[in-house]
Design a protein around this ligand. Structure first.
Ligand code: VG1
Ligand code: CO
Length: 543
């Protein structure tokens, strides 16, 4: 086995976005593209000599090939050990759990998460730090700089490692350790939740449907829900990870998980439904005839976390991404704990979690998690819901009604305009940004703008600063619209419009959110002219 040093030249745009570097799979498959980025990571966080890494991905097309390449590069860069999930699989939260449990010097996660997979789909890669979380912007920025100057990478000339069998293999001077991708994660879940109570719930005839969307969560959900907690076989559907996710879009929202939604709103609906995304860090929660918005789910989980053994001592604080509704803030206020609003992306929660300032974090995009790992965790959220249902013994609809009666309801919806013209979308944002200073006091469609700004964040722990993180149009205490461009897409631009309105009166909390938010939505339309400027009459997705 010989180490080869390969001459290369930089690729434009190897800039990690909201969650790692994402590009079309074919872009990643071209010679040197993946290698350049991986060597840039090693150069930035290395030297790798003597270090250990965690490695795994969501099983999408090109996953195994990329893993083999990275193993050979890690060996050529003299890593001591690489811990890799069997068949190259690790969900994002499981990778975070492995990094922490095995105390590796960080890890590489191969995923483009909710983006479609396949040869014509998307691929992605990100580096997570030794604490287990996504690298902060100081590191992703340095990696990007390195990708612009790279002139060579190192790779071992060797045959592929057998990833289908657990155990250790020598690759050059590096030990490749293939592990069960589920075990460490499943043990962690067992330590946090009352598995006896949840087992009792299923034994009492409680039915659930979990849609793994042909992505990585299938093996985890089967092992935990069916094999350990006694949910009937078939509870988990679409449970085998497929390279193209069965042609679907593994984003757990009412549009892309339409089949699950239809079942949950049918006469034959089980009591509880859930779905997860490509890499297993997101969740959608649905009760019988009841869709729970992710912002509400965060608030409900924070309010009830003490019902699970892992959080029986209470929570230190709650962090949410800025576009997430203020429902979580109301829970924090009642609990008397700190509340934080961070920019979009899990990397902004890491410092708060590490400092012990918060226990529970969440994003409106269906990501919720806690200090047990440093990623959002879809199955964790599902298990916390099951734990609270096992204790409360009431339907999801009643959980929500009780929650809103106590805290008020934050009607919430996100409208996405996907893959629109980039110049048009950036122009819309630029013009709105330029208009910001004059917006306060203006009345639009019966609503008065009280505040308008471009969200900037100073991390309360390390003082780092992030700017231009979303434009906020505030209409008094009750309503708000937020606009930002996605940082995870690979084609054109995706505009996200986040709408919310607070309703304290229980008699008025039963409306369809789209109806309740129509006035806010109209005001944002009038102000920004989205339909005309983007040439789209309606959004592609409404969550
Ligand atoms: C989206 C979500 C964001 C999430 C990110 C990564 O980012 O809005 O909340 O953290 O995806 O999630 P953006 O920039 O497209 O809005 V995942 O599940 O793709 O790792
Ligand atoms: Co994801």
């Amino acid at each position: 086995m010989t180490v080869k040093t390969i001459a290369t030249t930089p690729f434009d745009g190897q800039k990690p976005g909201t969650s790692g570097l994402r590009a079309k799979t074919r872009v990643f498959m071209q010679p040197h593209y993946l290698e350049n980025f991986v060597q840039a990571v090693f150069d930035t966080v290395g030297p790798l000599k003597g270090k250990t890494l965690t490695l795994g991905g969501d099983g999408r097309y090109f996953n195994t090939e990329a893993i083999q390449t990275i193993l050979k590069m890690a060996a050529a860069n003299e890593a001591a050990r690489v811990v890799v999930g069997r068949d190259g699989l690790l969900s994002t939260p499981a990778a975070s759990a492995v990094i922490r449990n095995r105390k590796t010097d960080g890890g590489l996660i191969l995923s483009a998460s909710h983006n479609p997979g396949g040869e014509d789909g998307d691929f992605g890669i990100k580096y997570n730090i030794p604490a287990g979380g996504p690298a902060p912007e100081s590191i992703t920025g340095a990696i990007h700089v390195r990708t612009g100057e790279i002139s060579e990478y190192r790779i071992l000339e060797a045959s592929d490692v057998n990833l289908s069998v657990e155990g250790e293999t020598q690759l050059g001077s590096t030990i490749v350790e293939v592990i069960d991708p589920v075990a460490i994660y499943a043990e962690l879940m067992r330590a946090l939740f009352d598995f006896e109570a949840i087992r009792g719930l299923f034994a009492s005839g409680f039915r659930m449907r979990f849609d793994a969307m042909h992505a990585v969560t299938g093996p985890y959900a089967r092992a935990i829900l069916e094999d350990t907690l006694g949910a009937p076989a078939g509870t988990v559907i679409n449970a085998v990870p497929l390279p193209d996710f069965g042609g679907g879009h593994p984003d757990p929202n009412p549009v892309y998980a339409a089949g699950l939604m239809a079942e949950m709103f049918s006469d034959a609906a089980p009591e509880f439904g859930a779905a997860s995304d490509g890499d297993g860090d997101r969740n959608m929660i649905v009760g019988r005839n009841t869709y729970v918005t992710p912002s509400d789910s965060l608030a409900v989980l924070a309010a009830n976390a003490h019902l699970a053994p892992g959080y029986a001592g209470g929570i230190a604080g709650i962090a949410r991404s800025m576009p997430t509704s203020r429902a979580a803030d109301r829970v924090a206020a009642k609990l008397g704990v700190e509340a934080f609003a961070t920019p979009t992306g899990w990397k902004f929660f890491g410092t708060l979690l590490d400092a012990g300032r918060v226990t529970i974090c969440g994003e409106e995009s269906a990501g919720t998690g806690s200090n047990h790992v440093r990623e959002k965790d879809g199955l964790w959220a599902v298990l916390l819901w099951l734990n609270l249902l096992a204790v409360k013994k009431i339907p999801v609809a009643d959980v929500m009604a009780e929650h809103w009666a106590t805290y008020g309801r934050d009607y919430y919806s996100r409208h996405d305009y996907e893959e629109v013209d980039k110049t048009a979308a950036e122009g819309l944002m630029d013009d709105l940004r330029a208009a910001l200073p004059d917006l306060a006091g203006r009345e639009i469609d019966g609503l008065t703008i009280t505040e308008a700004d471009d969200f900037a964040y100073t991390d309360p722990v390390d003082g780092s600063r992030a700017e231009k993180q979303g434009i906020r149009i505030v209409f008094g205490d009750a309503a708000r619209g937020v606009l930002r461009l996605s940082g995870t897409g690979t084609v054109g631009a995706t505009l996200r419009v986040y709408l919310e309105r607070f309703e304290p009166d229980p008699a008025k909390q039963g409306d369809d959110p789209q109806v309740a938010l129509a006035q806010v939505s109209a005001a944002v339309q009038t102000l920004t002219g989205i339909s005309d400027r983007l040439g789209r009459a309606t959004p592609d997705v409404r969550t």
